[in-house]
Design a binder for this molecule. Structure first.
Ligand code: ZN
Length: 647
């Protein structure tokens, strides 16, 4: 069909709108946009904000930054200067297109369609005759040869994001134009780096998961072979080193032998996600076991309570075990996305709920905080504490800023946020032939083959989830609900009658269902107080408050006493008072917490007084107001703390 003078490629049928991740093996298969529709609540609002604010804002930024111009220059072969600093700016377009494919499948928008069509045509036209495509290396003025700098060239990283956009366009829109471009570029890479090619890897992992998804989409096994080669080669010191150590590139030790997640956080997350895909498709139990071990170690020693990964601004790197300072938390927004990508793949491979517990933690905290309430400003790095004189200063930027900014010279995060918001429905539910596993909670309409159910929920504000069966087969079918580890005392009932005990993990209900059957899952949203591991020095003696999947923080504008001087006493979290109200303009009503605290008198001026002279501080009773962490920094740039003092 046509719209104006542009050709519109519609999906050929509902089956086409598959998930972003479609493993050929593993415990579960995840449902895609044809089968899961967000119908309300926070996730649907985020998706709406993405469509109405983040995408229009970002399309303007991308045009202004010259990302499309770079493709035009490559197409025309003119002697014009490349726009921007980095050789991976094509990926800003690719990640955006990945999101736009989902949005256009949900409904036409002329400006989005125009950007999509212009981009697809430019990308296809810029591709070299041998399939190679990278507007930085093809730029004549740059005078660089393709594949001449594997450490920093990011060409395979570019290919990875192109593939993911292409797979999304094919699955969501039935538009295979980018898939042809991506396949030709992947074939070029296979000739260059395949079994008969050069023994090399890209300095930035990403292409691995994309190549596996390309194989899943087209059946071309060469692309799976290449992905496996890249996973197996890394760790042998193949990346030429200039600025950073081999560890930065995860090239110091093979992944299977790596004792702990390490190096540049986003690289690590993408590599692990791709390795999970390779392990699943090649039935490599040893590789999967290594990934389980790395995941468990990361969760036990290297993730912030928000799910953020990466505690060093230097090298944008993951720190040592228990090196998790709140004020220096780097926790790049892209790293949050990479953890969700890895976690979802581990969940599909194993069926274990623990991976979704982390996914959920990341989603509502480390990921969500990366975007402003109005959808047009972004954090690159995500601290858990803001000191009053702090300036945000991500590793890839010169200059600092008080809070989020509207774009970056290295804008990896904003388009990553766009695609992830567009794909949220892909991470709600998974199935087997005779089961539906509801992994993440939202108001949603879900169809799993012969079984269909409507979820009603005001999650994450409220822990009551009601599922009403819309359609059911005549045989037994399992409806399973994830019971998060935080949901102690969860209950589940069918048509008002108590059903199985809901221990953390899965509440599995197997029976012959009837249309109209109603399941009520109650996840108690008790206010929790968390302390940290005794070896985590940075937060020793402090407490973080959480409720359901949300971590809370104290912002100065809501508190009379200085938030650095608020002191929590034992028992105070149990006295927390919940109030549903609007506190940050533009969010609607959210759950705000009030806690009894004591406010210490202003501390002595001395930085290091003698221990023997330290006396118990004089305090006065106060009430502290805490807001969800992901909403911080949307008002004035003031002091913020996740971890509150207890002394
Ligand atoms: Zn980023």
């Amino acid at each position: 069909m046509t719209s104006g003078n542009t050709t519109v490629h519609q999906p050929h049928g509902s089956a086409l709108r598959a998930n972003a991740v479609v493993p050929g093996a593993g415990a579960l298969r995840s449902l895609g946009a044809s089968d899961v529709r967000l119908t309300g609540g926070l996730l649907a609002r985020w998706q709406e904000r993405n469509r109405t604010a983040t995408i229009p804002h970002s399309l303007t930024e991308l045009r202004g930054a010259g990302n499309l111009e770079n493709f035009r220059i490559a197409r025309d072969g003119t002697d014009e200067e490349y726009r921007g600093r980095y050789p991976f700016l094509d990926t800003d377009i690719y990640k955006t297109l990945e999101g736009l494919a989902y949005e256009l499948a949900r409904g036409e928008q002329p400006e989005v369609r125009a950007f999509y069509e212009e981009s697809v045509e430019l990308i296809a036209a810029a591709q070299a005759g041998d399939g190679y495509l990278n507007s930085y290396y093809q730029n004549m003025r740059n005078g660089k040869d393709a594949w001449s700098d594997l450490s920093w060239g990011h060409e395979l990283y570019n290919l990875g994001h192109l593939i993911q956009a292409a797979v999304a366009a094919n699955r969501q829109l039935g538009d295979d134009r980018l898939l042809k471009v991506a396949s030709a570029f992947a074939d070029n890479a296979y000739r260059e780096f395949g079994p008969a090619g050069r023994d090399q890897v890209c300095g930035h992992p990403e292409v691995e998961m994309a190549l596996v998804e390309l194989y899943r989409e087209t059946g071309n096994r060469d692309h799976l072979t290449l992905a496996k080669l890249f996973v197996d080669r890394r760790g042998r010191g193949l990346v030429a080193l200039t600025l950073f150590p081999a560890e930065y590139f995860q090239d110091g030790q093979p992944l299977r032998e790596l004792p702990s997640v390490t190096g540049h956080a986003v690289r690590m997350g993408y590599l692990a996600a791709g390795a999970t895909d390779v392990a699943v498709e090649t039935n490599d139990a040893g590789l999967l076991a290594a990934l389980v071990r790395l995941w468990d170690d990361m969760v036990a020693s290297k993730l912030y309570i928000t799910g953020g990964l990466g505690s060093r601004h230097s090298d944008e790197a993951i720190g040592d075990r228990f090196e998790l300072p709140s004020d220096r938390s780097y926790s790049e927004t892209c790293a949050a996305i990479s953890i969700m990508q890895w976690g979802w793949r581990m969940f599909l491979a194993t069926g274990e709920a623990k991976y979704v517990d982390v996914f959920e933690n990341v989603l509502y905290n480390a990921y969500a905080v990366g975007l402003s309430v109005d959808g047009t400003k972004f954090f690159y790095d995500n601290p858990l504490q803001r000191r009053p004189d702090h300036e945000q200063r991500s590793g890839a930027e010169t200059g600092g800023e008080a809070l989020r900014r509207s774009w970056f010279g290295c804008p990896c995060c904003p388009p990553n946020v766009i695609r992830w918001m567009s794909e949220l429905q892909d991470y709600v539910a998974a199935t087997t032939a005779d089961s539906l596993h509801v992994a993440n909670y939202a108001a949603a309409s879900i169809t799993a083959g012969p079984f269909a159910v409507d979820l009603r929920a005001d999650y994450p504000w409220d822990g009551n989830v009601r599922a009403v069966v819309r359609d059911a087969p005549h045989e037994e079918f399992t409806l399973a609900f994830r019971v998060p580890a935080w949901a102690a005392g969860a209950t589940v009932s069918i048509n008002g009658a108590p059903a199985v005990r809901a221990a953390p993990g899965w509440a599995e209900l197997r029976r012959i269902w009837q249309a109209g059957d109603t399941v009520d899952l109650v996840l108690p949203m008790v206010v929790r107080a968390h302390i940290s591991h005794p070896h985590l020095d940075a937060t020793r003696g402090s407490v973080a408050i959480a409720r359901g999947p949300l971590v809370y923080c104290a912002e100065q504008q809501d508190n009379a006493a200085g938030v650095d001087d608020l002191i929590l006493e034992p028992g105070a979290p149990a006295l927390a008072h919940e109030q549903t109200r609007g506190i940050v303009p533009g969010t609607g009503d959210v759950v705000v917490l009030s806690l009894p605290v004591r406010a210490a008198a202003a501390p002595a001026a001395e930085l290091y007084p003698l221990w023997t002279e330290t006396v118990r501080e004089v305090t006065e009773a106060q009430t502290a107001t805490l807001v969800p962490y992901f909403l911080w920094g949307n008002r004035r740039a003031e002091t913020m703390r996740v971890w509150l003092r207890t002394a």
